[in-house]
Design a protein. Structure first.
Length: 400
C-alpha cells in the first residue's frame, strides 16, 4: 500500500544523536555522544523504597486514572519548591506536570504555533525541541549564540522582520554549547519579546547542576507580562526514565494547556510524580543535588584538563560551569563532520555541530562532548585519542 502521510510527518527528521548512540554498545567504543545522567547516580534504593511503600499504602491511587494537571500533592510541593528556589509567583502563574521535557516542548508548540509560523532558536540549539517544532510545520530561524547568550542585534532583527511567534532558549548550561545567558542579556531578551509580543520558551533542564559561578535568575522570575513559558525536568537530577517534566505559565493559559494534555496522554505517571513529591518533601533533595554536583564536577574538570593537555591549540572550548557538555570548535571554516567520522573509526563517539543547527544541511566546526556518562578512565583515553587526531588533522599540509 502507498501511504499518503501528513505534511508534518513527512517533514520530520531523525536525530543523528540517536543513531550515534547505537554505536556506543560496540566493543571498545568510548562514547562522548550521550546527554544523560550517569546510571550510577540514580537513587535506585530510595526510589525502590518509595514505590514499594506507595503500592502498599495507596495502590488504587497509583493504578487509577489521575488528574490531568498532575498528582495534587506533587503539584503543591513543586510549586513551593519553585517559589523558594526560582522566585516564581504562583498567584499569577500555574503549573502543569508533563511526561518529560520533550512533551513540554511538544505541547508548547501545539499551543502557540500554526503551520508556517516562525520560531527563533539559538544557534546551535537542542535537536529534540527543534524536531518537535518542525512537526507542527514551524519555520526555524537560528540566532548566533555568543559566550553570554544570543546576539541581541540578530534577535531583534528576527523579531522585527520575520514575525516570530516564539523564541526558544536553554538559558543555563545550554545544550549543546554549555553557554549560560547572562543576566544582562536575559533582561534584554525579555524587553525585546515584550516589545514585539513574542512568547519566550525558557528551558532549564540543567540549571540545578552548577559546579562554579553564581546562579542567575530565570527570565520567568521577573515575567510580569505573562510572556514566558518555563520548563523544567527531573530527568537530569533523578532519572530520565521516569519522564517527569513541568511547565510554568500565566494562569490565563491553564485551561487550554490542560485540554491539550488530556488529548496527548490524559495524565503523566502518578507513580513517578509521587516519587518526585517524596524527594521534595520527605528526603534531602538539596543534598542529593550536592552529591550529583560533586560527581559531575570532577568529571567536567577531568575532561577539561585532558583537553587542555592533548588538544591542538587551535581548537577552542570553554570550561563548563555546569550541565553535561563541553563544545569544542575546530578553526573557523572547517567542517567537523569528517573529524567526527574519523574519531568513530578510532572508537570515540562525539556529535558533529551541524546536528544542532536549524538548517542541518549547513556545516559546523563544532563538536559536542558529554562528560556525565563516561567514566574517568574513558574520559582520559578518549580525549587522548581525539587529541592525537586533532594534531594529525590540523597539521596536515594544505592541498595546492
Amino acid at each position: 500500500m502507498t501511504y499518503e502521510l501528513a505534511r508534518r510527518v513527512a517533514g520530520a527528521r531523525g536525530s543523528i544523536i540517536r543513531d550515534l548512540l547505537k554505536l556506543a554498545s560496540e566493543p571498545g567504543m568510548i562514547s562522548f555522544g550521550g546527554g544523560a545522567p550517569e546510571p550510577a547516580a540514580y537513587p535506585v534504593d530510595l526510589i525502590a523504597d518509595i514505590t514499594a511503600r506507595a503500592f502498599l499504602e495507596q495502590p488504587k491511587t497509583l493504578l487509577a486514572y489521575g488528574i490531568s494537571e498532575g498528582y495534587p500533592p506533587f503539584v503543591n510541593s513543586l510549586k513551593s519548591y519553585l517559589e523558594k528556589t526560582e522566585g516564581f509567583d504562583f498567584s499569577e502563574n500555574e503549573l502543569l506536570i508533563l511526561s518529560g521535557g520533550q512533551q513540554c516542548a511538544d505541547i508548547t508548540a501545539k499551543m502557540f504555533v500554526n503551520e508556517g509560523d516562525t520560531i527563533a532558536v539559538e544557534r546551535p540549539s537542542f535537536v529534540g525541541c527543534m524536531n518537535a517544532f518542525r512537526s507542527y510545520g514551524a519555520k526555524l530561524v537560528d540566532i548566533p549564540l555568543e559566550d553570554d547568550g544570543v546576539n541581541l542585534d540578530k534577535l531583534e532583527e528576527a523579531f522585527r522582520t520575520q514575525n516570530v511567534r516564539l523564541f526558544y532558549l536553554i538559558s543555563t548550561f545550554q545544550n549543546p554549547s554549555g553557554v549560560t545567558t547572562s543576566d544582562k542579556k536575559r533582561k534584554a531578551i525579555y524587553e525585546l519579546a515584550k516589545h514585539y509580543n513574542v512568547i519566550i520558551f525558557e528551558d532549564n533542564p540543567y540549571g540545578e547542576l552548577r559546579y562554579s559561578g553564581q546562579k542567575i535568575p530565570a527570565i520567568k522570575s521577573y515575567d510580569e507580562a505573562g510572556l514566558v513559558v518555563y520548563t523544567g525536568s527531573f530527568s537530569k537530577t533523578l532519572a530520565p526514565g521516569m519522564r517527569v517534566g513541568f511547565l510554568v505559565y500565566n494562569k490565563a493559559l491553564h485551561q487550554q494547556f490542560k485540554i491539550l494534555k488530556q488529548g496527548m496522554d490524559v495524565h503523566s505517571s502518578t507513580l513517578y510524580q509521587l516519587v518526585c513529591h517524596e524527594f521534595l518533601t520527605q528526603h534531602d533533595y538539596p543534598g542529593h543535588l550536592k552529591q550529583l554536583i560533586a560527581r559531575y564536577s570532577v568529571k567536567a574538570d577531568k575532561m577539561a584538563a585532558m583537553m587542555d593537555k592533548y588538544f591542538h591549540p587551535s581548537i577552542t572550548w570553554r570550561k563548563p560551569e555546569g550541565g553535561f557538555f563541553i563544545m569544542a570548535f575546530l578553526p573557523e571554516g572547517m567542517d567537523s563532520l569528517p573529524f567526527v567520522q574519523e574519531a568513530i573509526r578510532r572508537k570515540v563517539i562525539t556529535v558533529p555541530g551541524y546536528a544542532f543547527l536549524a538548517d542541518s544541511s549547513q556545516t559546523s566546526n563544532g563538536i559536542r562532548l558529554n562528560f556525565s556518562l563516561p567514566d574517568m578512565d574513558q574520559i582520559e583515553r578518549g580525549i587522548k585519542i581525539l587529541g592525537e587526531l586533532s594534531h594529525e588533522w590540523l597539521c596536515q599540509p594544505k592541498a595546492v
